[in-house]
Design a protein around this ligand. Structure first.
Ligand SMILES: NC(=O)c1ccc[n+]([C@@H]2O[C@H](COP(=O)([O-])OP(=O)(O)OC[C@H]3O[C@@H](n4cnc5c(N)ncnc54)[C@H](OP(=O)(O)O)[C@@H]3O)[C@@H](O)[C@H]2O)c1
Length: 246
């Protein structure tokens, strides 16, 4: 693996993002997006990410999870990717604690419809229930069922107010949020200018197809400028780190 910027310097794959820290937010949780795309900009292959990322992406994914207080994810991704609870190995949990974090990041699911079965594997670790973020108009019967397996918070009248959600997360002690997508949640965050950082793996493949880009939804006007913060390369895969330029 090479670190191209700043750099260059050679490093071992396992040194990628070693000791990574995310900037904690003030007033609201900060948001780092962690995404992977094909060279032609596709965010999925056959509706899934499994065939996109290589070894370096897997290390980046793990390091990002290791640096976040909470993992934010849209219900679409939980359903499509059949998400499970974040567990980590004993070594990774100890590493987090050594760096002043909780043993595991809290999983936070954004859903307006509450269309998630309480039997879904994402609720499979009763000691670490996800936090579900929904809105005031979300169906009460589904909320009652999901309250058995998750904590539920309502922010916003008929849509999730994402800024209020991030304030709520901050106030609960989750000041560094890693958003793992998907594209529609990312688009809603970008629309509110709530994306502070982007970790993007460019997988060395061309995929075509009708798949979404990493951020979906209406164009933001003006486009949000970014500052390059890091570039790594491994086996043709590029790992880009950008910060929102404010
Ligand atoms: N390339 C990558 O790194 C990456 C990462 C993640 C996912 N993906 C891919 O992306 C696809 C899934 O992503 P997606 O864009 O379809 O879905 P998504 O962004 O994961 O989830 C969208 C859902 O989140 C909820 N939501 C988001 N913002 C909301 C708001 N402001 N208010 C209320 N609810 C809100 C809604 O849930 P309800 O429908 O329940 O109301 C909405 O339908 C899959 O193909 C997956 O493989 C790729």
């Amino acid at each position: 693996m090479q670190q191209l910027y700043p750099g260059p310097r050679d490093l071992q794959l396992e040194e990628l993002y070693e000791g990574l820290t995310l900037e904690p937010g003030e007033g609201r949780a900060s948001v780092a997006l962690g995404m992977v795309a094909s060279v032609d900009g596709g965010a999925a292959v056959g509706g899934l990410t499994a065939d996109l990322g290589g070894d370096a992406d897997a290390v980046a994914f793990r390091r990002l999870r290791g640096a976040a207080d909470a993992i934010l994810v849209g219900a679409g991704t939980v359903r499509d990717e059949d998400y499970g609870p974040p567990r980590g190995t004993p070594e990774r949990r100890a590493d987090r604690v050594g760096r002043g974090l909780t043993e595991r990041p809290r999983l936070v699911i954004v859903t307006g419809s509450l269309t998630l079965s309480p039997e879904h594997r994402v609720f499979g670790d009763p000691d670490h229930p996800p936090l579900i973020v929904t809105h005031e108009q979300a169906p009460t019967d589904r909320a009652d069922a999901l309250a058995q397996v998750a904590d539920i918070v309502r922010v916003g009248r008929d849509d999730v107010d994402l800024c209020a959600a991030l304030t709520e997360l901050h106030d609960r002690g989750y000041r560094r949020v890693l958003c793992e997508g998907g594209p529609r949640l990312n688009g809603a965050l970008l629309a509110e200018d709530l994306v502070d950082e982007l970790f993007l793996t460019v997988a060395a493949i061309l995929a075509a197809g009708e798949t979404s880009r990493i951020i979906a939804g209406p164009a933001v006007d003006p486009p949000r400028p970014l500052q390059l913060a890091g570039v790594h390369e491994h086996d043709g895969e590029l790992l880009l780190r950008y910060r929102r330029a404010r």
